[in-house]
Design a protein around this ligand. Structure first.
Ligand code: ZN
Length: 163
């Protein structure tokens, strides 16, 4: 993404208004300019292009309270289906015989299907004849796909706390 293209874009609750002449200090990345952003709550803040693009700047800090609340309530691997921390909340499913999110009985194929949501997309992991196998595979998939997302979200919470 070109720097100019950031202007007018939304990142979480922030809308980028303009580029400033201020360089981010201690970023370790040369020429990382700060952008003036307006938060949904009306406050302004500066954020570097890199922080915006990497999802490290998502609000003026007001999202902090919400994120912390969400994370405390739902910081379990099985509940994370989306990489966006604001979309982590999702009701566990409808008609799920397995009792396990992402594990479903496939009556056509006569087996337990395993899926996992990553970045808002559903990935199909496989089909298993034994429920215990399907659950084990789902747990592995959670470790692989969701754990990094949770770590990222935790870091984000810590960063916003420091602001
Ligand atoms: Zn705000």
């Amino acid at each position: 993404m070109l720097e100019q293209e950031l202007i007018g874009k939304r990142f979480g609750r922030l809308t980028v208004v303009e580029r400033t002449d201020i360089k981010q200090c201690n970023s370790g990345e040369a020429g990382n300019m700060m952008y003036r952003c307006v938060c949904d709550c009306g406050k302004e803040r500066l954020a570097s292009g890199t922080d915006l693009k990497r999802g490290r700047a998502v609000s003026c800090g007001c999202a902090n309270a919400d994120v912390v609340k969400e994370m405390k309530r739902r910081l379990h691997l099985g509940d994370v289906e989306h990489s966006n921390v604001y979309q982590l909340m999702r009701k566990t499913s409808k008609n799920n015989k397995s009792g396990r999110k992402g594990v479903f009985w496939n009556s056509r194929k006569k087996g337990w299907g395993v899926t996992i949501g990553v970045n808002g997309e559903k990935k199909t992991i496989g089909l298993y004849s034994r429920l215990s196998d399907a659950i084990a595979v789902r747990e592995e998939a959670e470790e692989k796909y969701h754990k990094p997302l949770i770590e990222e979200a935790r870091m984000k919470v810590d960063e916003e706390k420091q602001e």
